[in-house]
Design a protein around this ligand. Structure first.
Ligand code: CU
Length: 130
């Protein structure tokens, strides 16, 4: 009974005896927004080097590959990094939206996520890069 009294006393005193929902400290740390510039490539040909895998000589192949649904990415020559790109909104891939920019440079704004050794740019904005 002593224990019960103690709990009641704590409650009366307003001491949180029961677990209070933790503050949302552990919400995912906000990923920093970045803008990356790179050439729009189809990932398959880029990594296998098919017809060079990028640039004007590979443009038609990249168009066909991206139309066909192969994953699309951007290659940032400055950092020598390939990013798989996915739009932040919706459940559609980036292929249709990025098709007009194949073999060109674009500026994509978004956040980078990395898991399993794969870097993915989750973008919110596409701009032509000059
Ligand atoms: Cu291709």
């Amino acid at each position: 009974m002593k224990k019960f009294t103690a709990v009641v006393l704590l409650l009366l005193l307003g001491v949180p005896a029961i677990a209070v929902p933790q503050e949302k400290k552990d919400k995912k740390k906000d990923a920093k927004e970045v803008t990356l510039t790179g050439e729009v490539i189809d990932v398959k040909c880029f990594v296998t080097g098919m017809q060079g895998g990028m640039g004007e000589d590979h443009k038609q192949c990249a168009i066909d590959c991206i139309k066909g649904g192969l994953p699309v990415g951007i290659f940032d020559q400055k950092t020598d990094r390939l990013y798989l790109v996915v739009p932040k909104a919706g459940m559609m891939g980036a292929n249709e939206e990025l098709l007009p920019y194949v073999a060109q440079k674009v500026k994509l704004t978004g956040t980078i996520a990395e898991k399993g050794g794969q870097k993915v740019l989750i973008y919110t904005k596409v701009e032509e890069a000059k």
